[in-house]
Design a protein around this ligand. Structure first.
Ligand code: TXA
Ligand code: MG
Length: 288
C-alpha cells in the first residue's frame, strides 16, 4: 500500500499467518517488530494502552509521519509477531488517502513494514515494489510517488516520556514546538531493532561528504553547485531544500545504483530539519 512516507507491505495485523508471510517475503529477522497502521487514535486504543503524551502527539501529528510505541493492551488481539514477542506495539496513522481508505474499509489494524527486502532501500514508488519482489504475486496499490519519501519518526512513549527511536519526517524540533520534551538516543537503539547500522543498502559502495568525484563514480548532489566530473549526476535539491531532498532520496539512490558505476559519491547534506533523518539513512547506506 502507498503511504506518504514510503510504500508498505500490508497484512492483517491480527492474523498470525499474514504477519508471518510479511516477515517471510521481506526476509526480515523475527526479532524486528512491525508498525501497525490505524485510521485514528480510537482505532489505536483497541490495541495499546494510551497515555497523555500519546494523546498530545497524536492530536498534533496524526494523520502523519509519526509512529508511537506504546504498551500492548492485556487482551490485545494483534498477532504477537507484530511485537516480535515483546510487550509493546508501534502504531501509526498514515495520511495517504489510499492507505486511509484501505484501513477504514478493513476496519482493523494493518501491519506494514517498508515494502523492501530486509536491509535494502525503502520504496517510494509502486514500480520500486515490483522491482523488489519480481517473483511474488503481490497486489501493488499504485498511489503515485510518496510525497515525503523518508520513513516516519518512531517515538517510544511507553512510560509517558517521548524518546526518539528513529529519526524521520517529523523532526525533534517540531515535537518540542508543541511542548512535549524529547529524548534523542544517539546510538542505534536495541529497543528499535530496525535501527541496525547496515540498512538502506544499495549494491554499490556509498561515499559520504564528497568534495570531489573519483573515476566512474555516480554523484548524488545537493544544492546549487554540484561537483563536476561524475559519470552520472542526480541532484536531490538544486535549491538546497532538505524536504525536497528527502522526497527524492531513495528513488535517486536506486537510480544511481547501477553496475557501470564504481560507487555513489554523496555531497554533504545540512544536519537541520529532516536533514537529520536523511543523514541517518545515508550513514546506514554507506556502512559495510
Ligand atoms: O514510514 C514508515 O514508518 C513506513 C510506512 C510503511 O508506514 N514503515 C516502516 O516500517 O518504515 P519498518 O518496519 O521498515 O520500520 C519500522 C521501525 C523499525 O525500525 C522497527 O524496529 C521499529 O519501527 N519498531 C516497530 N515496532 C516497534 C516496537 N514495538 N518497539 C520499538 N521499535 C519498533
Ligand atoms: Mg524499513
Amino acid at each position: 500500500m502507498p503511504t506518504e512516507t514510503v510504500y508498505g507491505l500490508a497484512g492483517d495485523a491480527c492474523n498470525d499467518a499474514a504477519v508471518a508471510g510479511i516477515f517471510a517475503l521481506k526476509q526480515r529477522p523475527q526479532f524486528n517488530p512491525l508498525i501497525v497502521h490505524v485510521t485514528d487514535a480510537a482505532m489505536a486504543q483497541r490495541y495499546v494502552a494510551w497515555n497523555d503524551t500519546a494523546q498530545r502527539l497524536s492530536a498534533a501529528f496524526w494523520p502523519g509521519a509519526l509512529t508511537l510505541v506504546l504498551p500492548r493492551l492485556a487482551n490485545c488481539p494483534l498477532s504477537l509477531l507484530v511485537s516480535a514477542g515483546g510487550d509493546s506495539v508501534a502504531v501509526r496513522c498514515p495520511a495517504h488517502p489510499i492507505a486511509r481508505q484501505l484501513i477504514a474499509a478493513f476496519d482493523g489494524g494493518i501491519a506494514a513494514p517498508s515494502a523492501n527486502r530486509s536491509g535494502k532501500i525503502s520504496p517510494t514508488q509502486a514500480s520500486h515494489v515490483r522491482d523488489e519482489f519480481p517473483d511474488s504475486d503481490l497486489l501493488v496499490l499504485d498511489g503515485g510517488a510518496s510525497t515525503l519519501g523518508i520513513e516516519s519518526t518512531v517515538v517510544d512513549v511507553c512510560d509517558g516520556v517521548a524518546s526518539i527511536l528513529r529519526h524521520g519526517s517529523i523532526t525533534a524540533e517540531e515535537i518540542r514546538a508543541i511542548g512535549v520534551a524529547v529524548e534523542e538516543s544517539a546510538e542505534p537503539s536495541s529497543r528499535s531493532p530496525g535501527q541496525l547500522l547496515s540498512h538502506y543498502a544499495p549494491s554499490l559502495p556509498v561515499r559520504l561528504n564528497a568534495s570531489q568525484v573519483n573515476a566512474n563514480e555516480a554523484l548524488l548532489a545537493f544544492g546549487g553547485a554540484p561537483l563536476s566530473g561524475a559519470a552520472s549526476t542526480l541532484n536531490l535539491s538544486p535549491s538546497g531544500d532538505v524536504v525536497e531532498a528527502a522526497a527524492n532520496l531513495f528513488a535517486f539512490l536506486r537510480a544511481l545504483d547501477r553496475p557501470e558505476h564504481a560507487a555513489i559519491a554523496v555531497m554533504p547534506i545540512p544536519e537541520s530539519g529532516v536533514g537529520v533523518a536523511i543523514n541517518d539513512r545515508l550513514k546506514r547506506a554507506a556502512w559495510r
